[in-house]
Write a protein that binds this ligand. Structure first.
Ligand SMILES: *[C@@H]1O[C@H](CO)[C@@H](O)[C@H](O)[C@H]1NC(C)=O
Length: 288
């Protein structure tokens, strides 16, 4: 009789394993996926006032992302040399918790990519952060930072006309800083950094759409990232495929899910075997 009570006491562990194995959240993994990053060649000296200003800037970005999808900061020092400017922009469809976790992730990654650089920028799937010791706040910048085009789908005129319609819908004036469009499997989005005026945002988006049309004409997907806005579309309805070569985070969580799943299976087998052997023992004892 006392043996039978061992089984229920193991059940919470099994439940825990199964809960963990369903934990890896595709949306979170996708928002943290790396798209591009870059650093200024100029370096600041460790322990300088600039470094402590940069640290307070990065802290401000992380704190602000808990309640706002965009913010910009200027941290002043005693000398002009120590001033640092920075901002972040979350993708317009992110929840506040996803925005803040994305920005926190980006800040910690940028520290690794750009150690002691006077400027740096990082774009993840869900958010963008940038800082520099020269001001870039409020300035429209249509420099192409990243361009990616998928394989041609020119054999599929339906997909092509849908892509065209989606890009058209993204170009509408008054579309705001975050725009989405869709037609069947074809999805598109545009995002401006919030320091632009709405006129500058519209101009930036129109230029990006023009460039994506000319460069990625009949491609299965297109990514056009300018310094202050981007436009993306995909004919498979899944943007993360556009960056499947850098889906490291997804791989890690998949591996984790498999390992935890295996642990759960092993735990279930152990419980099953002990249950059977106990049943057999009981049968044997009963037979005596
Ligand atoms: C930015 O930092 C670099 C390296 O310390 C320095 O040479 C440059 O003058 C700084 N620019 C401004 C505007 O302070």
């Amino acid at each position: 009789m006392p043996r039978a009570s061992q089984l229920p006491s193991l059940l919470p562990f099994v439940t825990l394993f199964l809960t963990f194995s369903s934990l890896p959240n595709p949306s979170t993994a996708a928002t943290d996926t790396f798209i591009f990053g870059g650093c200024s060649q100029l370096r600041f000296s460790p322990g300088s006032p600039f470094e402590s200003n940069l640290n307070s800037l990065l802290t401000s970005l992380v704190n602000s992302a808990t309640y706002s999808a965009f913010n910009k900061f200027t941290i002043y020092g005693s000398s002009q040399q120590d001033v640092v400017y920075g901002l972040y922009q979350c993708r317009g469809d992110l929840s506040m918790p996803d925005c803040s976790s994305c920005v926190a992730h980006a800040v910690s990654q940028l520290g690794v990519i750009c150690p002691s650089s006077t400027g740096g920028a990082l774009q993840l799937q869900g958010c963008f952060i940038k800082y520099d010791n020269t001001s870039f706040l409020g300035v429209e910048d249509k420099t192409v930072v990243l361009k990616k085009c998928g394989p041609p789908v020119s054999y599929d005129s339906d997909l092509m006309s849908r892509s065209d319609a989606v890009l058209n819908s993204l170009s509408s004036n008054g579309g705001g800083y975050f725009r989405v469009g869709g037609s069947g499997e074809v999805q598109g989005m545009a995002q401006c950094v919030g320091d632009l005026s709405s006129g500058a945002c519209q101009d930036c988006v129109l230029s990006a759409i023009g460039q994506i049309r000319s460069d990625c004409g009949a491609a299965a997907y297109g990514d056009m990232f300018f310094a202050k806005c981007y436009v993306r579309y995909s004919t498979s309805g899944d943007y993360s495929k556009a960056n499947s070569d850098s889906s490291h985070g997804d791989q890690t969580s998949k591996t984790l899910a498999i390992i935890i799943g295996l642990l759960a299976v092993v735990a279930l087998i152990i419980i099953f075997v002990s249950f059977i052997s106990r049943a057999l023992e009981r049968k044997k004892n009963g037979g005596k």
